[in-house]
Write a protein that binds this ligand. Sequence first.
Ligand code: ATP
Length: 326
Amino acid sequence: MKKIKNIGVLTSGGDAPGMNAAIRAVVRTALYYRLNVFGIYRGYEGMIDGDMVPMDYRSVARIIHRGGTILQSARSERFYTDEGKAEAYRQLQKHNIDSLVVIGGDGTFRGAERFAGLYDINIAGVPGTIDNDLYGSDFTIGYDTAINTVVEAVDKIRDTAGSHNSLFFIEVMGRDAGFIALRSGIATGAEEILIPETQTNIDSLIDKLRYNRRESKTSGIIIVAEGEKEGGAYEVARKVTEQFSEYSTRVTILGHIQRGGSPTCMDRVLASTLGYEAVKALLAGKKGIMVGQVNKKIVYTPFAKAAKEHQQIDPNILEMATILSL
Ligand code: ATP
C-alpha cells in the first residue's frame, strides 16, 4: 500500500449546513497525522482551475457553527468530460496531492468514481446534502438543520392558518426524495405529506380534506416535496381548489432558506465524525468509498452503490404519518 502524504478536500454539488464542520474535521485530522492538506475551492470546477491552497489549523478556526461552505461549492460541466478530468489530475499532480476527501451528494460520488477509475488517486467521500437520500448513511450532513428550518417555518404558518380557516400548501426541497417532507411533516402534524416516492391521488386527498372539514378541523397543512409527481405546491393547490373551495388556499415555497443557517448540534457532530473517519479510512488504505454512519456504526459504501441505491422510505413511517394526521 502506498503511503498517503497530501490530501485535498473539496465541497461539491448543493451546499449543506455542516459542510464547514466536515472541512474542519478533515483538515485537523490530516494535520494531526502529519499529512499536508489542501483546500480546493469550488468543487471539481476549482480542481480543474488549480484553485487550491494549503490549510493549517487556523484556516478552519471559527467555522464549525457557520452554514454554507468556506471552500464554496459548484456544479462542474467540465468534470463530465475526459479533458476536464485530465486537467484536474494534472493540477493535483502539480501539488503532489495523492488523496481526496470529497464532501457532497450522489453526483459528487459519481464524479469521484469516474475520476478514480481513470487516475491513481485515493478518494473518500463524506455525505453532505440536505436531501438525506444516500444509501450507506442513516443521515447526511445538512438534513437535520434543513428539517429544523422547515419545522420552524411551518409552526409559524400553522398559527396563521388556524386563525383564518386556511389550507396551506407548503413546498419543501426534495427533487427526487421525500425525506425532508416526510420528517418535517410528521414533526409539524401536517394533514398530508406528498412525496415523489408514492403515488398521490388528488381525489383521495380531497376526500380527506372534506372528512377533516366535517370533523371540524379549522385549518390544514399540506407538505409538498418539490419533486411530487402531481406538480409543485402551486400546481397541487390549483388541482385541489378546482373541486374543494371550503377553505381559502395559500401556497408557500420555502426555497433556499432550507439550505442556510447555522448547523444543528446533530449536523455538527455528524460532520465532525465523518470528516475525521474519512481521513482515518484513507490512512488505513480504503478508497473509492463513502464514509457513513448506520445504527451508530461507521460503514464504508462503494461510491457506485451510495450514488445508485438511494435510501428507501420506510413504509411504516408513512403509515404512522397518515394515522397521526387524522
Ligand atoms: P446535491 O445532492 O446537493 O445536488 P450532488 O453532489 O448530487 O449534490 P451534482 O450537481 O449532481 O450534486 O454533482 C456535483 C458534480 O459532480 C457535478 O456538477 C459534476 O461536476 C460531478 N459529476 C456528477 N456526475 C458525474 C459524472 N457522471 N462524471 C463526472 N462528474 C460528475
